[in-house]
Design a protein around this ligand. Structure first.
Ligand SMILES: Cc1ncc(C[n+]2csc(CCOP(=O)(O)OP(=O)(O)O)c2C)c(N)n1
Ligand SMILES: [Mg+2]
Length: 548
């Protein structure tokens, strides 16, 4: 057996099933060997796309994805998506060919390890004698540290013969993320704080996504309202006391209610500037508690009163049990008035606004609310970055905590389209929906070919203001007259038709009729909506500028 075959066999044995990539001479063998052993391979049109596809798959899928890259330039092309994945805590493997150690002057030579390490990923290299073990260790590193991990596959090593016996019988994914029980003293102290509070709020982040039932139960026992960071949006859907997003995308009601809390308990959320609106969501009297499995997380982004080391489910369950033992039963923040307010004004779709559409350009809120009504409820939404970002993120309902791919840790424009493809593979029974700006759509447009070729019935919404809107509103009207950040209109409908999409140009809500027809079936092409939108600084962007 050759080493690349051993690597493929080991990866399949570990549970890797989904591979994205761009094939070149150096990674042809490993990719083929993976496909022959049952992996699904998706050919991206740019390695940056492959990385973002895998990142999205890691967020809302159920196995660790891999990307397969050519040596040197394949990896440099992928590095931005890898950075987003590293900053977001997405476990994935980066299988990259590498020039042989002896090929000192190869044009493909770069320091692959240092490149990925500089963006927060880890790096491994296989040797002929230990390839299976090396790969297994890389996989365990990705899962336990929740980061992308580079597996360097030197060309001479890949093709060598191996007699390595080791086929790791390794713990599965669940066993690699063991429950971390909180210390008893911490449980008591947290229960004391809850008992003394009157208006507690529980905020769950990405690390709280696996603890939905336990956190709902804790909130009921504590009289607490529930909220999530954007990445965990949907976790508490249907709970009458779910405030939806905590952060820049909070509704006015959610923001007021979180500001009114006297106790904020975070489960697996970083409590960063986004989730806490630069701290302005924390009232002057609030006590802040941060529960996390990572001992380095509590207090990293802001001062807190108390950090608890423990995983969300175990900690929530232990505290609930303690509260029940004490016989605590109360309404707290969960009043009938609050339930009524959440019912009437808990969604952005229900918050009144003045429609700024003028017949030539549609108001992005009106557009998104109309689409929210039209599109399947079973959907998985991916978003790019820009001024438009809040509309698809906050004005489209999502079915649960696996319904929104919010890749904003690197605040990078252009990752959305590929993320939507990865999300489509992770959640194949849902309608994939992308919200992107015109800038992001052009940056990513190579993957439009992938959407069509792969037969993904995707809905692409382009919020087209013919500008880098975020920058226009940042610098004000004076500078954009210079044309640095404004552009002539791009006809995205024409571009999309060229790739094989059904496409619609939208200036008014009535223009959405063809989308209705597309939704009625057979959905044998994807559909792109080129929405010529009114451009104004979005409310959440104004928050960002305050922070800068
Ligand atoms: C890769 C990258 N380049 C530049 C930026 C700076 N930037 C932030 S938003 C933005 C404009 C994005 O334009 P568009 O996609 O049309 O969205 P809009 O802001 O117009 O809604 C730019 C250039 C960035 N965040 N990422
Ligand atoms: Mg724009």
């Amino acid at each position: 057996m050759r080493v690349f075959e051993k690597v493929a066999e080991t990866l399949i044995g570990l549970g890797v099933r989904q591979v994205f990539g761009v094939v070149g001479s150096g990674n042809y063998d490993i990719t083929k060997a993976l496909v022959e052993r049952g992996a699904t391979y998706v050919a991206a049109r740019h390695e940056g796309g492959a990385a973002s596809m895998a990142d999205a798959f890691a967020r809302v899928g159920d196995s660790v994805p891999a990307i397969s890259l050519h040596q040197g330039c394949g990896l440099t092309n992928a590095i931005t998506g890898i950075a987003e994945a590293a900053k977001s805590g997405s476990p994935m493997l980066i299988l990259t060919a590498e020039v042989a150690a002896s090929a000192i002057h190869s044009n493909f030579r770069i320091e692959q390890d240092r490149l990925v390490e500089s963006v927060g990923a880890a790096s491994f290299r296989i040797t002929r004698q230990t390839a299976a073990r090396d790969v297994a260790l890389a996989y365990r590193t990705a899962v336990t540290r929740r980061i992308p991990v580079l597996v360097n596959l030197p060309l001479d090593v890949q093709s060598a013969e191996t007699t390595e016996e080791f086929l790791p019988s390794l713990p599965g994914l669940a066993a690699l993320s063991p429950s971390v029980a909180p210390a008893t003293g911490d449980v008591t102290r947290l229960a004391d704080l809850i008992e003394r509070s009157e208006r507690p709020v529980v905020i769950a982040g990405r690390g709280g996504r696996t603890a939905g039932p336990e956190l709902r139960e804790l909130a009921r026992a504590s009289g607490a309202l529930l909220a999530t960071s954007a990445v965990a949006r949907g976790l508490f859907n249907d709970d009458p006391f779910y405030l939806d997003i905590s952060g820049g995308f909070s509704t006015p009601l959610a923001a007021r209610s979180i500001q009114g809390a006297d106790l904020i308990i975070s489960f697996g959320s970083a409590l960063n500037m986004w989730t806490m609106r630069h701290g302005t969501l924390i009232g002057p009297e609030a006590t802040v508690v941060q529960v996390d499995v990572d001992p380095l997380a509590p207090g990293k982004h802001r001062p807190i009163d108390f950090g608890v080391l423990g995983d969300s489910a175990a900690t929530a369950a232990a505290v609930t049990e303690e509260l029940k033992k004490r016989g605590l039963s109360r309404v707290g923040y969960r009043t009938e008035e609050m339930a009524e307010a959440i019912k009437c004004e808990g969604r952005w779709q229900d918050v009144p606004y003045e429609d700024l559409g003028d017949g030539e350009r549609i108001d992005p809120r009106t557009l998104t609310i109309a689409l929210d009504r039209l599109l399947d409820k079973e959907r998985v939404v991916a978003v790019d970055s820009g001024n438009f970002l809040g509309y698809p993120s906050a004005f489209l309902d999502i079915p649960d905590e696996n319904g929104l791919v919010f890749s904003q840790a690197f605040q990078c424009v252009g990752l959305g389209l590929a993320s939507a493809i990865g999300a489509a593979y992770a959640q194949p029974d849902r309608l994939p929906v992308l919200g992107t700006g015109d800038g992001g759509a052009l940056m990513a447009s190579a993957e439009m070919e992938s959407v069509v070729r792969l037969g993904i019935p995707m809905v692409v919404i382009v919020y087209n203001d013919s500008a880098y809107g975020a920058e226009v509103h940042h610098f004000g009207e004076s500078d954009h007259a210079m044309g640095l950040i404004t552009f002539p209109d791009t006809d995205f409908a024409a571009i999309a038709r060229g790739y094989g999409f059904t496409a619609v140009t939208v200036r008014t809500p009535e223009d959405l009729d063809p989308v209705r027809h597309w939704l009625a079936g057979p959905r044998d092409t994807p559909v792109l909506i080129d929405a010529k939108t009114v451009s104004f600084a979005s409310w959440w962007l104004e928050e960002v500028f305050k922070g800068h």
